[in-house]
Design a protein around this ligand. Structure first.
Ligand code: PLP
Length: 389
């Protein structure tokens, strides 16, 4: 361990990876597992996108690309964002990244100075904590209570502000909560960012999977002029087009931030993979019917999970989007880490421990419904029966 830096030792271990390892061990023993622990679409990438990648490679799309990605893809993404939000966005406001995860890291690396504070949702995606710590910043969690449908409380946020606060992360529809945000709340969050002179980093990677209401982007022109002065928006192809393995995400920001991110990309990875960019361009420019079909499937599965877990009071909130749900395990009277292990051992159902998403979810677990309808039904019944026994 002598040569391992503190920046690595300080990384937050993923409770989800730990379950995946246990699940893989169980499968190696020949026992079945229902995988409700990972947020991985069960769909493969739609055919027309795969075909576009094949033909791009055959036509020589195999070299380095500009650091921020092909301008044609940046423009395609800008058109997509402009169409959804009404905001004035051009290709120069887009940096194509190796997954949304890289867009998050680049955003932070572009503005965080040592000791700067960044507000993060609790519960929230643990990756934010690691990206902030790698950038030299400090995570300050803010509470999202399930009985408030995981909406932030602006007064509570205000209490977290110090002279070192530089940004706040939000994530709607959310991982792990499945919660969505109202226009009114988004407006209040933007006012809050403005009032305190901080950035709003809006992780909208699940933007295309909304079951109730509409997706409210932090860039929506309904919220006021010049959102790019305040907002960095993160999204990508992974979830919308079932393209997790292609590693294409994007950040949307003002030109100064995009230029900063581009300089970082040059030093870290040079550019995102050429073939993946060609595939992503086909995804963004092509028919969006595949997205609608997947959204309907996630909506149906979310309703199936609710129909099994809700009657016994085990569902914490009805997901409004994404492909997750939070399950109340307080009846089991044990930590979520212990519960997850026992559930897997006794039923073969793998779920993610609430503890990995923050301090407020010790007696809940997250299930992913990005699996077949049959697995959703069998998995949820097993969880319900295990809690009722
Ligand atoms: N943001 C959230 C909340 C996520 O759950 C994920 C993936 O699980 C990502 C961003 C990034 O995904 P990717 O790096 O595959 O684009």
């Amino acid at each position: 361990d002598g040569f391992i830096a503190s920046r690595v030792r300080e990384l937050h271990p993923s409770g989800i990876r730990a379950v995946m390892t246990l699940a893989a061990e169980r499968q190696a023993r020949g026992l079945p597992v229902i995988h409700m622990e990972v947020g991985q679409p069960d769909f493969t990438t739609p055919e027309h996108i795969v075909e576009a990648a094949f033909s791009a490679v055959k036509n020589g799309c195999t070299g380095y690309t500009p650091n921020a990605g092909f301008m044609s893809l940046r423009e395609a993404v800008a058109e997509r964002v402009a169409q959804k939000t009404g905001a004035e966005i051009s290709g120069k406001n887009i940096c194509i990244t190796t997954g949304g995860v890289m867009a998050i890291y680049l955003s932070l690396m572009s503005f965080v100075e040592p000791g700067d504070e960044v507000l993060v949702p609790d519960p929230g995606w643990p990756n934010y904590l690691n990206a902030i710590s790698m950038a030299g910043g400090k995570s300050i969690p803010y509470a999202l209570h399930f009985d408030k449908n995981y909406q932030p409380d602006i007064d509570e946020l205000q209490d977290k502000i110090t002279s070192k606060t530089r940004a706040i992360f939000i994530n709607y529809p959310g991982n792990p909560t499945g919660a969505n945000l109202s226009v009114d709340k988004m407006k209040k969050l933007l006012d809050f960012a403005e009032r305190n002179n901080i950035l709003l980093i809006s992780d909208e990677i699940y933007e295309d999977f909304i079951f109730e209401g509409a997706h409210v982007s932090a860039l929506s022109n309904a919220l006021g002029p010049d959102p790019l002065n305040r907002v960095i928006m993160i999204s990508g192809a992974s979830k919308s087009y079932a393209m997790t393995g292609w590693r294409i995400g994007w950040m949307v920001a003002n030109e100064a931030t995009i230029n900063a991110a581009t300089r970082l990309v040059e030093s870290i990875v040079s550019c995102p993979p050429a073939v993946s960019q060609a595939a992503a361009e086909a995804a963004v420019r092509g028919s969006q019917d595949c997205v609608k079909t997947m959204c309907q499937a996630y909506k149906r599965r979310s309703a199936l999970a609710a129909s099994i877990l809700e009657p016994d009071g085990f569902l914490l909130n009805k997901p409004q989007g994404a492909f997750y749900a939070m399950v109340d395990i307080s009846k089991a009277e044990k930590s979520s880490n212990d519960f997850v292990r026992e559930l897997l051992e006794n039923t073969g159902v793998a779920v993610a421990p609430g503890e990995t998403f923050g301090s407020l979810t010790k007696s809940s677990v997250r299930i992913s419904t990005a699996i077949s309808d049959k697995d959703v039904i069998v998995g949820c019944r097993q969880i319900r029966d295990y809690l009722n026994q």
